[in-house]
Design a protein around this ligand. Structure first.
Ligand code: NAD
Length: 253
């Protein structure tokens, strides 16, 4: 088991077909205790209850809007009180919106930046002092192929900008906190079959996207969960500031 004895926070892990929940399942199978933090509190509690216990110990599900700094501080305090320590932080929560640049309203811009980018800052600020004291920690942050190719898959330009911001923020965190034994890395998935597209991905869009994927299929949540597991585990002990593509070859660069 790759994560035996470790404890992880995973954000945005309440959605049934989502990347976060697939990651929570994989982490539990690898021996980690998991705290699911999601804006949907009851769904987070349910998701945690349904995870396989580790050594008879349950997991934890909490309501937390990652875009609310105080909510992040409170949630991290609750996780430390209940689970004792935090070894791993998976900054996974995100929202998207398929709009063109000229249609982005100030409210759209704020909402997309707040959840995808500011949420990573706030939760990392809440967790890092605890990791610094323990001189150890692994943080993985969710970006997207959209950051690298300037969108054009599903999210709008404000989503690309937020996800590109994640790459800069994570690399800066890797540089600043490496001396404390804290690693920070990013994943950049291509199109993964989850509910984030909210039924707006048409068959025509899907077929067009598939034409550009050498591996010939869309990604599955488990494909990303595997990379998060690698980044969370000691297999990646000498990896920090890295960006790992999980896109079937959609963007070979
Ligand atoms: P999803 O919609 O299934 O999951 C997103 C989760 O984030 C949900 O559980 C939702 O309740 C939660 N969430 C939303 N706002 C939140 C907030 N303010 N605070 C806390 N939780 C919040 O989507 P998914 O596809 O599993 O997405 C997970 C991450 O992967 C997102 O950051 C997304 O941008 C990113 N991503 C997805 C794809 C894809 O194709 N599915 C590709 C690249 C990147």
């Amino acid at each position: 088991m790759l994560l035996r004895g470790k404890t992880a926070i995973i954000t945005g892990a309440a959605s049934p077909r989502g990347i976060g929940l697939a990651t929570a399942r994989r982490f539990a199978a690898e021996g980690a205790r998991v705290a699911i933090l999601d804006i949907d509190g009851p769904a987070a509690e349910d998701a945690a209850r349904n995870l396989e216990p580790v050594n008879g110990q349950p997991h934890l599900g909490l309501a937390c809007n990652v875009a609310d700094k105080q909510a992040c501080v409170k949630a991290v305090e609750a996780v430390i009180a209940k689970l004792g320590q935090i070894d791993i932080l998976i900054n996974n929560a995100g929202v998207t919106q398929p709009v063109k640049l000229l249609d982005i309203t100030p409210g759209d811009w704020d909402r997309i930046q707040d959840v995808n980018l500011k949420g990573i800052l706030f939760l990392s600020q809440a967790v890092i002092p605890h990791m610094q004291k323990r001189k150890s920690g692994s943080i993985a942050c969710m970006s997207s192929v959209s950051a690298q190719r300037g969108g054009g898959i599903f999210g709008g330009p404000h989503y690309s900008a937020a996800k590109a911001g994640v790459l800069g923020l994570a690399k800066a965190m890797a540089r600043e906190f490496g001396p404390d034994g804290i690693r920070v890395n990013c994943v950049t998935p291509g199109l993964i079959g989850t509910d984030i597209t909210a039924g707006k991905l048409t068959d025509e869009m899907r077929a067009k996207i598939l034409e550009g994927i050498p591996l010939g299929r869309l990604g599955e949540a488990a494909d990303v969960a595997g990379i998060y597991t690698f980044l969370a585990s000691d297999l990646s002990a000498y990896v920090t500031g890295a960006v790992i593509d999980v896109n079937g070859g959609m963007l070979i660069h």
